[in-house]
Design a binder for this molecule. Structure first.
Ligand code: GLN
Length: 492
């Protein structure tokens, strides 16, 4: 079969169970596609063919013996922020270029236990700091819809790999939009779960109070399958929440769009820099949901102006603390011939970290320093609480909140080099992380340049099932999620 990559995850799992094809064939099919197509997309940092085929053979054994789980033998790619035992984990940074983790992240061990086959590790902005994937030490990943454009970030490798059919599903992480925005730029579905739903153990830390892993795939249904694997309490992560996990696949039809109250924040649709095509496509998708029985309710989110300054204080503050551990002593890049220990620290960090990471460490260190701590960091935490309260108030009158995922579609590689401009592009995603809420991106059409537009739906705490279900029903009634970039139509 030459078109295995066009199957949904459910169809893949069914095909494996009914022995229409083996996991080895399916895995080899993706490895062949990666070998042929990824030179143009550059989504993978590390491809692991031997490891993948060994996992595939093990999966085929389980499938034959009737011991297979729901996803046994289905391939996936991990964002290179999840530690993988025996396989390099770089977080897109030179400082971790030689790092091989002695253990698996919980998300990785759960994927293994579910019988998923790891094709490799995919590219990302350095330490997940960015919105374009250009800050990776391994170079920029290209957007499959237009190879001159960015795929978004920081989970740009995950998004590009799925959009080019170089993996059916991928893990991502979202600290301020890094699942939703690349999903939006690449025409995919991506879910950022409630803070605490997916374990952060073994996920390289950027800003620990905001970081959350989640699934990226073509459809809500595919995401639900991966979410069933990723979600759950983990004693190794003290912020993981001990709460029953939904069956996201079984719940795909649990919420009806009929009667759903969708909040439309007035402030969000008047943001300066909101592209006219993005606005139009998002409004059309809301109209469609209205036709399907939803009610649109105008709401106020008065703290909108505070999102970017608050996030860009708290995230760098936490990053500056988390990144202290890269000192050239214990692991990672070490400067050559240091004069003394200070010289070792200084040069290892100056040579090992890229410009954007250094900028954030400086901002964060400044914000946390004695004398400025109260004026910046403590104040930002107070504003963060007000942002959360703004959402909770809105959820008293609506079930979900709609927004674009990003103010624009994908832009040209090299176009966003002014950092403040890039930060402003995060306006629609970062408040969700500050509040710890779940949110999903769904593809809802294209702009005049045939680049995908995404709708974001923000839910109340623990409403992942509801978000996936609403998007699933939208996707039953529309076909935007089935559209493929030309490069994905190429056969290996
Ligand atoms: N673009 C945002 C940032 O640079 C979000 C990144 C992320 O979610 N990891 O911080």
């Amino acid at each position: 079969m030459t078109d295995l990559h066009r199957l949904s995850v459910r169809e893949m799992a069914e095909g494996l169970k009914s022995a229409q094809f083996s996991s080895r064939e399916l895995t080899q099919h993706y490895l062949d596609r990666i070998a042929k197509i990824d030179q143009h997309v550059k989504s993978y940092v590390t491809v692991t063919p031997e490891h993948a085929l060994a996992q595939a053979d093990a999966a085929d054994g389980l499938l034959k013996s009737g011991m297979a789980g729901a996803l046994t033998g289905v391939p996936l790619a991990h964002k290179d922020i999840f530690c993988t035992q025996g396989i390099k984990t770089t977080a897109g940074s030179k400082i971790l270029d030689n790092f091989i983790s002695p253990y698996d992240a919980t998300v990785v061990s759960k994927a293994k236990a579910a019988g998923l086959v790891t094709l490799g590790k995919v590219n990302m902005d350095e330490f997940a700091m960015g919105s374009t994937s250009e800050s990776s030490y391994y170079g920029a990943t290209k957007n499959p819809w237009n190879l001159d454009c960015v795929p978004g970030g920081s989970s740009g490798g995950s998004a590009a790999a799925v959009a080019a059919d170089l993996t059916p599903i991928a893990t991502g992480t979202d600290t301020g939009g890094s699942i939703r925005q690349p999903a939006s730029f690449c025409g995919l579905t991506g879910l950022k779960p409630t803070y605490g739903r997916v374990s952060r153990f073994g996920m390289i830390a950027y800003a620990s109070s905001l970081d959350q892993g989640g699934p990226m795939a073509r459809s809500a249904e595919d995401c639900a399958y991966l979410m069933n694997v990723m979600a759950g309490h983990d004693q190794k992560d003290s912020t993981s929440v001990n709460k029953d996990v939904d069956d996201y696949v079984a719940d795909l039809n649990a919420t009806t769009v009929k009667g759903l109250r969708i909040g439309i924040p007035k402030q969000y649709f008047n943001v300066q820099g909101l592209d006219a095509d993005v606005k139009a496509r998002v409004e059309e998708s809301l109209k469609k949901l209205e036709e399907m029985g939803a009610t649109l309710v105008e709401i106020d989110l008065n703290m909108t102006d505070a999102y970017v300054p608050t996030y860009y204080l708290i995230a760098p503050a936490e990053a500056s603390s988390n990144l202290q551990r890269y000192d050239g002593v214990r692991y990672g890049y070490r400067a050559e011939n240091p004069k003394d220990i200070l010289d070792l620290y200084k040069r290892s960090r100056s040579e090992g970290f890229g410009a954007e990471v250094q900028r954030r460490i400086l901002i964060g260190t400044y914000a946390l320093s004695a004398g400025y701590y109260d004026a910046y960091y403590v104040k930002a935490q107070k504003v963060r609480r007000l942002i959360q309260q703004d959402f909770l108030k809105a959820f008293e009158s609506v079930d979900v909140i709609a927004a674009p995922s990003a103010p624009t579609t994908a832009y040209k590689i090299g176009a966003s080099l002014d950092p403040v401009e890039m930060y402003l592009g995060d306006i629609y995603t970062i408040a969700v992380n500050l509040a710890g809420l779940p949110a999903i991106n769904a593809p809802v059409g294209f702009d005049a340049n045939n680049l995908p537009v995404g709708l974001q739906l923000i839910g109340n705490y623990w409403s992942e099932s509801q978000l996936l279900s609403v998007v699933h029903q939208y996707q039953q009634a529309t076909d935007w999620h089935t559209k493929r970039a030309a490069i994905a139509e190429e056969n290996a």
